[in-house]
Write a protein that binds this ligand. Structure first.
Ligand code: PRP
Length: 208
């Protein structure tokens, strides 16, 4: 039996479809139900629907042997897990963005609104820029528009949210994609099951 934490949403549904196509299907599966655990009748796989930002927590604590989560989450929380594969799905970028006419005025600390404070602090520490973090939980793009921050550090996928709010990318911090992650003990004690799942999954992956 292998326990798999899937991020609830489009990415998780895509990953489930891939896993199902290589033999890890589950009769009970339904992305629309409120049920959070799905087990297959042969007793080979258990799926958990988990909030995307929590996948690494379930994997690190061993409730799930493997899981799928974005590189943005791994960079932000640095969980103690193994990263087994780049699934090349859910591609986007972590960026610094601001109003189109923004210019950095060095001297004052830069006010940075973000859901990713650790990532932002690390990036600005490396370039030696003083910042003040404004931690938000969503709709980050509003912060510079309403003047509570100078810039944002956030995920950009299509760029639509930035465009529609008159913002633009000033710097790209890193490229992001979904990763297959594994609990460290599971990697040791369920090695053959974990590797079989990884290889089958990699075998059917296409670029997003
Ligand atoms: C994410 C991200 C951006 C948006 C980028 O937000 O924080 O706001 O998607 O996507 P785009 O480049 O395709 O427009 P999410 O949808 O997770 O919602 P949130 O604002 O609640 O964080």
């Amino acid at each position: 039996m292998i326990n798999v934490a899937l991020p609830k949403g489009r990415l998780g549904e895509k990953v489930y479809a891939l896993l199902a196509s290589v033999g890890y299907q589950c009769e009970e599966y339904s992305p629309d139900s409120r049920k959070l655990i799905f087990s297959d009748k042969r007793g080979e796989v258990n799926y958990f629907w988990v909030k995307p930002t929590d996948v690494a927590v379930y994997v690190e604590l061993g409730a799930a042997d493997v899981g799928v989560c974005g590189k943005d989450i791994l960079d932000e929380y640095e969980p103690d897990i193994y990263e087994l594969a780049d699934l090349k799905l859910g591609k986007c970028a972590m960026c610094v963005a601001a109003k189109r006419d923004w210019h950095d005025v060095s001297g004052a600390p830069l006010r940075v609104a973000t859901k990713f404070p650790h990532t932002a602090e690390k990036f600005y520490a490396e370039i030696g820029r003083d910042i003040e973090i404004i931690k938000l939980n969503g709709s980050i793009e509003l912060a510079p528009v309403l003047g509570i921050s100078d810039v944002i550090v956030d995920i950009v996928e299509t760029g639509t949210t930035l465009r529609e709010n008159d913002l633009k990318v000033f710097q790209q911090i890193s490229k992001i994609s979904a990763r297959l992650i594994c609990n460290k003990s599971s990697y040791k004690f369920k090695y053959s099951q974990v590797c079989a799942l990884r290889e089958k999954l990699k075998g059917v992956l296409k670029d997003d």
